[in-house]
Design a protein around this ligand. Structure first.
Ligand code: ZN
Length: 284
C-alpha cells in the first residue's frame, strides 16, 4: 500500500532531481542488480548511468564498479509535491477524488480504517510526523488515529469538517498507555501525558506549515495548550517559537499561532492541512 501511496510524489521528485547537479558516488554491482533497478534506486535514468560509466551496452555484472548519482532521501522528502485535484471543495463541504488510504503501520492504530482516506499530502505528512516521534522514542506506544475522511469524502457523522481529505484527528502519547487506548481517545492530564513525545509530534507537524500542502491549523483545547505551553516554557523553549505555535496565552478567540482552541479537543488534536499550491478545486 505504501508503495502505491508514495509512488507518485517520489517519482515527480526524482524527475526534478535528475536535472540537478548531484554528487557522483561509486558502487559495486550486487547479485540481481540491473541497470533499470539501479537507475530507479538512485533516482536517475539508465542513460545517465551509461554515460557516467561510458557504457555501450546495458550489461552489468556482479562485482563491477559503477559511478552513479548519490541518493538524496532527505531531500526527496523535502521535495514532496502534493497532488492537485484530490481534495475538492472545502473541509466542511467537499469531497475526495483518487483518495489515498493511510496504510496500516505498527506505529499507530486506525480506529476506523474505512474513514482513513485522505489526499496524498495529508497521508504523507501524518506518517512523516509519527515517524519523527518513533525515531526519538522507539518504545513509545501506538498513537490512536481517529477519522480522516471517507473514501470519496463528503459528510461524515460526528464531524462538521473531515469532508475533503485534509483533516485528521490524532490521539496523544502517554507515559503509560491507558487501558482503553488506542481504541478510544483519552483526555490529556499533566500527570499522565508523555510531554516530550507529544511535543515532538507537534513540532514535526508544525514544521510542515511552510511547506506546500503542510499544516494549516491544529485544533486543541485551550487548557491543553496551556499545559504544553508551560511545560515547554519551563524547558527553555523561546517565547518566539511558542508564539508561532500556540494561540495561548492570547485568549481562545485570538488569531495567534497555528494551534487554536476548539471545544472537545482535550483528548485529541485535529490537524488540518493546506490545499496543494495552485489547486483551484481545493478551498480553504
Ligand atoms: Zn476532527
Amino acid at each position: 500500500m505504501l508503495a502505491v501511496c508514495l509512488a507518485f510524489p517520489v517519482r515527480s521528485a526524482a524527475k526534478r532531481f535528475s536535472k540537478e547537479k548531484r554528487r557522483i558516488v561509486s558502487i559495486v554491482v550486487k547479485k540481481g542488480d540491473t541497470l533499470w533497478r539501479l537507475a530507479k534506486h538512485h533516482h536517475c535514468s539508465i542513460v545517465r548511468i551509461k554515460r557516467l560509466n561510458r557504457m555501450r551496452t546495458a550489461t552489468i555484472y556482479e562485482g563491477q564498479q559503477l559511478r552513479v548519482p548519490a541518493r538524496k532521501p532527505r531531500a526527496l522528502v523535502r521535495a514532496f509535491d502534493p497532488i492537485k485535484g484530490q481534495s475538492i471543495g472545502g473541509p466542511r463541504s467537499g469531497h475526495l477524488r483518487h483518495a489515498v488510504r493511510l496504510p496500516r503501520d505498527p506505529a499507530y492504530y486506525l480506529r476506523r480504517p474505512y474513514r482513513a482516506w485522505g489526499a496524498s499530502h495529508t497521508v504523507f505528512y501524518i506518517r512523516q510526523a509519527i515517524a519523527a516521534v518513533r525515531r526519538k522514542f522507539p518504545k513509545i506506544h501506538k498513537l490512536a488515529i481517529g477519522d480522516l475522511s471517507a473514501r470519496r469524502g463528503g459528510r461524515l457523522s460526528n464531524h462538521r469538517s473531515h469532508q475533503s481529505g485534509r483533516d485528521v484527528d490524532l490521539g496523544l502519547y502517554f507515559k503509560k498507555k491507558p487501558e482503553h487506548y488506542p481504541q478510544s481517545f483519552v483526555k490529556a492530564h499533566p500527570s499522565t501525558i508523555h510531554f516530550p513525545a507529544n511535543w515532538r509530534l507537534l513540532r514535526a507537524l508544525i514544521s510542515t506549515s511552510n511547506k506546500p500542502g503542510g499544516v494549516q491549523r491544529i485544533y486543541m483545547d485551550y487548557n491543553v495548550q496551556r499545559m504544553f505551553y508551560s511545560w515547554a516554557r519551563k524547558r527553555g523553549v523561546s517565547p518566539r517559537v511558542l508564539s508561532h505555535m500556540f494561540q495561548y496565552p492570547h485568549g481562545r478567540y485570538s488569531q495567534h499561532g497555528i494551534i487554536h482552541h476548539w471545544p472537545h479537543h482535550e483528548e485529541h488534536i485535529h490537524v488540518r492541512f493546506k490545499c496543494p499550491v495552485g489547486d483551484d478545486s481545493c478551498y480553504l
